[in-house]
Ligand binder design. Structure first.
Ligand code: DX5
Ligand code: ZN
Length: 236
């Protein structure tokens, strides 16, 4: 995975047809997505249950690009090797998942994956400054984690701007997760985000038998984000 700050769209398969994950992954890649976002929930760290490393291993052959695994589980460390063996390219752990995030990030890199740190809406950036050397990605949650289809939390846009300034020229992605649509994407892109996770806004109106709406939805989010980014750059 080489680093660049181009806008990347990462559909969250939490909004896909659970009975058809392989075909859904192939469909969104064929329709132009950049990464595939996989939400792992344990019913403990978040009030919802999804899937584990076995499901990640099952879909890996159906994903040509980046498999971006978002762990909403606590503890994290006992499962890192299993997700790495399942083929995760990026493994993201929540700062709130436990007291030893520095060790967790080291273990993720030690397993050969890119290390991501996710922050809930109520969590500030204080800890990030002390972890920059261990980070490949910071995920700013723009909803409280656990479900798709929730409303975008506007107050997080300022956090994105501050994070972008904190990161500077380091090769660290800023990922936004939750409530991303063609309406909300411009604000986070202008603030400095480059990876936009979108579940309900990508999968709405389509299916593996009719994937064209997936492509239209992905393009709409990308064009809205890239347009805002171009304006921001032009204004500098
Ligand atoms: C929520 C997950 C998100 C979610 C996004 O906890 O981490 O990835 O699936 O779904 P939308 O885009 O519908 O808010
Ligand atoms: Zn997610």
């Amino acid at each position: 995975m080489s680093f660049d700050r181009r806008i990347k769209i990462a559909p969250s398969i939490l909004s896909a047809d659970f009975a058809n994950f392989g075909a859904e992954c192939r469909a969104i890649e064929a329709q132009g997505c950049d990464w595939v976002h996989v939400d792992v929930m344990d019913g403990h760290f978040v009030p919802n249950l999804t899937f584990g490393p076995a499901m990640c291993a099952a879909i890996r052959p159906h994903i040509k690009g980046t498999m971006d695994v978002h762990l909403m589980i606590a503890p994290v460390d006992p499962y890192i090797d299993a997700f790495a063996s399942a083929g995760a390219d990026v493994i993201t752990a929540h700062l709130e998942a436990g007291p030893h995030i520095h060790r967790t990030l080291q273990a993720i890199r030690g397993a050969g994956c890119k290390a991501g740190l996710a922050l809930n809406p109520g969590t500030g950036l204080d800890a990030v400054a002390h972890l920059l050397d261990l980070l490949d990605l910071v995920c700013v949650m723009t909803v409280n984690p656990g479900f798709g289809g929730q409303k975008f939390i506007e107050s997080q846009v300022a956090k994105v701007r501050d994070l972008r300034a904190l990161i500077g020229d380091r090769p660290i992605h800023i990922e936004i997760d939750g409530g991303v649509t063609p309406e909300t994407a411009p604000r986070v892109a202008a603030a400095g985000a480059d990876v936009l996770v979108a579940g309900s806004a990508v999968f709405k109106g389509g299916s593996v038998d009719n994937p064209a709406p997936y492509g239209a939805n992905i393009r709409a989010i990308r064009e809205a984000a890239e347009g805002a980014l171009a304006q921001t750059v032009a204004a500098k």
